[in-house]
Design a protein around this ligand. Sequence first.
Ligand code: AMP
Length: 188
Amino acid sequence: MLFGPPGAGKGTQAARLSERLRVPAISTGDIFRANIAGGTELGRKVVAYTSRGALVPDELTDALVRDRLARPDAEAGFLLDGYPRNVAQVEALDAMLADAGTPLDAVVEITADPEAVVDRLLKRAAIERRVDDTEDVIRHRLDVYADQTAPIAKVYADRGLLVQVDGIGDLDEVTERLVRAISPALAH
Ligand code: AMP
């Protein structure tokens, strides 16, 4: 599982890691964006949250991940990108994984200085035109991260699962740091 503040490069690195590890990357943010773009019922339900940079309610998000993890391509392993995002979601995921008998091998926190990520996100806004990349929404997403998501680091650290990787630097270098950080956990 991979988490980190908005703009830390989480999505890009998840895609790269998923190729290296040959497991699907399951990104709740990407799934929400695809549903919004496709005009689905789920998309209509979540757009009010994602466009403001607020978390989508847990019931919707947990159900989505439960369904996704049940698909055959996740049987041999998976990389979670952007889920869980608060302590309640950690507990929901615990229950799903206990049912499936597949514990997490490792939890990686990609770290980045908040001012550096605001800059990165404003640059991304100009390229990708994400509606949640305006400065106000970015600042709100950083607050949500600090209040709700950052506390999950301690939960996983207490379980001995947390590794932290510096997300600032050359893309390839960060990928190598990630691979090095999780290799011991994947070796058994
Ligand atoms: P991301 O692409 O991971 O930055 O996610 C984009 C947006 O999707 C977030 O700002 C939230 O509105 C929503 N989102 C993604 N993952 C979750 C999650 N695990 N729980 C609630 N909302 C989420």
